[in-house]
Design a protein around this ligand. Structure first.
Ligand code: HEC
Length: 178
């Protein structure tokens, strides 16, 4: 081996061991995640009601928000349009092709809260406040005749809602059911 290539090899060995030492300690990038950062993502509400935020809303309040932010896709009265209807639904016993709706299919009112909060409006999810989500949940439940239109929705009353298809599922995780 020539003098030159010996030097080159030595340089490579030094560089490689420096890189190894650096990777053993981590690349030194980023900052430690804060509790508050995690909390913003930790929004799943289970049927048990765990993680339901504080807040409240009525169907009347929800109707206003619905008209402004939801009706364009789901129809003025929830009858559907660009997106699925959010009202009604024939009995599922009519056959396998019967469309699944909030009223005839969803087993838990907390799912309606969770889905609306994390996913809607379609192009601007996570822009609704918790009060607005409670209000929209109240509105959607009321137009489906699942709750009285005067019932205020909050963490406590939402848990008392009996969805029509409540017993239509075999829970995969029974401990998470109310
Ligand atoms: C830009 C269109 C758009 C807007 C606006 C919108 N949605 Fe949706 N929404 C959708 C689409 C798309 C789906 C997926 C279901 C489908 O239509 O196939 C959906 C699904 C839903 C579902 C589930 C329906 C089911 O039975 O599966 C709910 C509940 C819902 N949206 C509520 C809302 C609420 C409440 C608002 C207003 C805050 C809203 N959406 C605004 C497009 C929209």
């Amino acid at each position: 081996m020539s003098m030159r290539s010996t030097q080159r090899l030595a340089t490579l060995v030094v560089l490689a061991s420096a890189a190894f030492a650096a990777s053993a300690q981590g690349p030194g990038l980023g900052i430690p995640i804060r509790e508050a950062d995690v909390a913003a993502w930790d929004i799943t509400v289970f049927p048990s009601g765990a993680n339901l935020p504080s807040g409240r809303g009525t169907a009347a309040e929800g109707a206003v928000i619905y008209a402004q932010q939801c009706a364009a896709c789901h129809g003025v009265n929830g009858e559907g349009g660009l997106a699925a209807p959010v009202v009604g639904g024939d009995p599922l016993t009519n056959g396998i092709d019967t469309p699944k709706r909030i009223k005839n299919f969803w087993a838990s009112a907390t799912t309606l809260f969770d889905f609306t909060r994390r996913q809607m409006p379609l192009y601007t999810p996570r822009t609704l406040t918790d009060d607005q989500v409670y209000a929209l949940t109240a509105y959607l439940l009321a137009i489906n005749d699942i709750i009285d239109e005067d019932t205020v929705m909050n963490a406590e009353t939402l848990m008392q809602v009996q969805m029509p298809n409540r017993n239509g599922f075999k829970p995969r995780f029974p401990a998470m059911m109310p």
